[in-house]
Design a protein around this ligand. Sequence first.
Ligand code: PEP
Length: 249
Amino acid sequence: MRKRIIAGNWKMNKTLDEAIDLARAIKDKAADVQNVDMILCPPFTNLSSVVDVVKGTSIGVGAQNLHWEAKGAFTGEISADMLRSVGCQYVIIGHSERRQYFGETDETVNKRIKAALAAGLVPIVCVGETLEEREADKTQEVVETQITGAYRDISSNDAENMVVAYEPVWAIGTGKVATPQQAQEVHAYIRSLLKTVYSEKVAETVRIQYGGSMKPGNAAELLANPDVDGGLIGGASLDADSFLGIINA
Ligand code: PEP
């Protein structure tokens, strides 16, 4: 059985004080949560403080990006070791907003994944099609390219420990959510790709999250699917009650 994994992607939201308040509220409300890996992904400036707030609990902390180089003249960038040094365990890589606004490609996604793995961070790798691609019946083609690009030259041991987030771009922040059937279909397809590239064992071990307008009211039916192992939550993770509502679903 794969353990459920729910991560909150706070994106570019929350000042330091707001982030501490939100992390505290989530921690208090989540005291009884078991059997779910819960992860908070605040902006870089809040990582260290959020790590302090959740210290001693099972709540993990992740970053929203990293650079693949270890150090040097890369103004504005953050390395995997820097993330480790403040207590991060996870890092979101290849979010569609990074692909859309910041020139992220499958090649840079792969480089970032390798840097994360080398530092002992768990990558949460985002893939997903745009509305145009879905309407042109290209969802599988797009997801296959993104998955094979992301996993290029990654060992099966490392592959097993990575998390995939299937996030249809048309569902992110739009209030339009994939139907449980649409989500299950793509999750099962991603698992079949991992089986082809690696093995049944890797395919059955990797946890695949759904992301895209997941809310307390639609989480249960999405999470009821056999290949949906959790969620990557944007908007609804910015409020402790709605984030916990999803976790309790
Ligand atoms: C996301 O950005 O990863 C996301 C899923 O956003 P939202 O939940 O707001 O659609």
